[in-house]
Design a protein around this ligand. Structure first.
Ligand SMILES: Cc1cc2nc3c(=O)[nH]c(=O)nc-3n(C[C@H](O)[C@H](O)[C@H](O)COP(=O)(O)OP(=O)(O)OC[C@H]3O[C@@H](n4cnc5c(N)ncnc54)[C@H](O)[C@@H]3O)c2cc1C
Length: 476
């Protein structure tokens, strides 16, 4: 069904756009979603092949927000939600040709071989002494160096952050990427004092339904696939949005589908496309809003799923996997997850599935390598460190030219200004990973908030149909 006028049209069918569209449809609102690809999901897609479950993008989610729980309830039973294995808590960092466990307590910090003795002492001392800074916004590198010293920052923090943002800690803003950690840094004199104080004054929080990392038995792609199914005919796939215009009767969206040009009209539009596309669509309509998005660049990334016979891998692979810090620039990979050590159902029992990340902000051109070059590079990185002898039994490669938006210094201010500009055109909303968090949990939280704002606006319209109210801040 492709009616010409809809109440709300959502542009982009990744987890962000799907959340907005589904929340609106559930509330009985006339909504339609346009997705460029022939399947919904954006980067959240899974494939079953030869007994393997291949995650193309996100691999696990930490459910922190009630809106994610609601979404899971809508598409799955509790029995479909799978928790990561206990041993997945063990994480490694590659340093000086060896894998070292990430130290998570003071004893481990004192004994870890991945840092020099003076760096270990500096890191430990950093937990106890006051290292608060008055500056309003700092990069992750600035905060970490101030707190735990240069070597621990270069080794542990740079590796951990590459695993989440694929980014450069010298540019990423702590308060934008991890607002709660930023708040602790601003308020806590010493990290130990903060830990003790919060343990003693612990407020009773609502227990999360699922603790730690979870996925679905059919993969995270089942989440987006199910949402697409629920939208049914209100989800138009293969619809590549070309332009967005506005007049007194609302918005007109021009899109290409099946080789033809189409238009659709809507009173409200949600931009849930990647930041680069949102910026392009906004340029003629709200150039000031587009201007605030233009500095937000995304890191590129190649994700390889490689399987090996278990008998060909001498390393026991007990744990989550390993990440590579920036002080190992010669190592060819960004990180490796031991997929079926985390979720055993991702591979047959005689196989080992590895998820290899290549590229990121440190190596932006890697994504242009050919398939064979990427596989060769992966094998080069894996062979010695995991003692792999055989050839892969399965290979799968996904390239993300824009993968993850980088929240550089100034991001929060930029987004606040963007939202202010967006609010100047009532009916225009935004959701997506370029705003307020890149994790699936954050995308769903922002998407659900966007849907709630639209509902409020619609209710206001119903109670005072003559009054055209200015839209509230689109996302929270
Ligand atoms: C490799 C990788 C691994 C990740 N791992 C994790 C993880 O383990 N856990 C976690 O919580 N998060 C992870 N993330 C982050 C998280 O998955 C993403 O931030 C999130 O899925 C982004 O969702 P989105 O809907 O905002 O954007 P997208 O998924 O990018 O969706 C945007 C959609 O817009 C569509 N589109 C683009 N242009 C147009 C157009 N012109 N017209 C119509 N549609 C258009 C696209 O086709 C796409 O479907 C990972 C991300 C990547 C890339």
């Amino acid at each position: 069904m492709n009616r010409e006028t809809r109440e709300v049209v959502v542009l982009g069918g990744g987890i962000s756009g799907l959340t907005v569209a589904w929340e609106l449809k559930k509330a009985g609102i006339d909504v339609c979603l346009l997705e460029k690809a022939n399947a919904v999901g954006g980067c959240t897609r899974s494939e079953k092949r030869d007994g393997f479950l291949l995650e193309k993008g996100p691999f696990n989610v930490i459910v922190r927000d009630p809106s994610f729980e609601t979404l899971l309830d809508d598409v799955a039973d509790d029995a479909n939600v799978v928790s990561a294995s206990k041993e997945a808590k063990l994480r490694y960092i590659y340093r000086s040709s060896a894998l070292h466990t990430v130290p998570t307590n003071p004893i481990a910090m004192l004994t870890t071989k991945m840092l020099s003795p003076s760096a270990r002492m500096r890191m430990l001392r950093g937990l106890f002494i006051s290292k608060r800074c008055g500056a309003s916004e700092e990069t992750m590198e600035q905060v970490a160096t101030r707190r735990i010293g240069r070597e621990a920052t270069d080794t542990i923090v740079s590796a951990a952050i590459s695993g989440i943002f694929s980014g450069d800690i010298a540019k990423l803003s702590l308060s934008a990427c991890f607002p709660s950690v930023g708040a602790i840094d601003q308020n806590a004199r010493s990290l130990i004092a903060y830990g003790l104080k919060s343990a003693l004054t612990k407020k009773k929080k609502r227990a999360p339904r699922w603790r730690g990392m979870v996925s679905l038995d059919q993969g995270l792609g089942a989440l987006t696939h199910q949402l697409g199914e629920k939208l049914g005919e209100d989800c138009i796939k293969g619809a590549s949005v070309q332009s967005l215009t506005h007049n007194e009767s609302g918005f007109t969206i021009a899109y290409d589908c099946d080789g033809d040009s189409h238009t659709i009209h809507a009173r409200r539009v949600v931009l849930a496309v990647p930041v680069e596309v949102a910026q392009r669509l906004l340029q003629p309509l709200l150039p000031n809003a587009a201007e605030h998005l233009s500095p937000i660049k995304s890191a590129s990334l190649a994700v390889l799923n490689l399987a090996f016979r278990r008998s060909d891998v001498a390393h026991p692979l007990r744990g989550f996997g390993f990440l590579v810090p920036r002080n190992e620039p010669e190592f060819p990979l960004m990180g490796v997850l031991w997929a079926n050590s985390i979720f055993p159902h991702h591979a047959p029992s005689d196989q080992q599935l590895l998820r290899v990340f290549i590229g990121g902000a440190r190596d932006p051109n890697a994504v242009m390598l050919s398939d064979s070059e990427l596989i060769e590079r992966a094998q080069l990185g894996l062979r010695d460190i995991l003692s792999i002898t055989g050839q892969p039994t399965l290979t799968d490669i996904v390239r993300y030219a824009p993968a993850i938006p980088q929240y550089h210094k100034g991001h929060r201010e930029r987004i606040a200004k963007f939202r202010k500009e967006l609010a100047k055109l009532p009916g225009l909303f935004a959701a997506g990973n370029y705003l307020d968090g890149v994790s699936l949990n954050d995308c769903v939280r922002v998407g659900a908030k966007c849907a709630a704002d639209i509902r409020i606006e619609l209710e206001q319209d119903l109670t005072s149909p003559q009054q055209k109210t200015e839209s509230p801040c689109p996302v929270g």
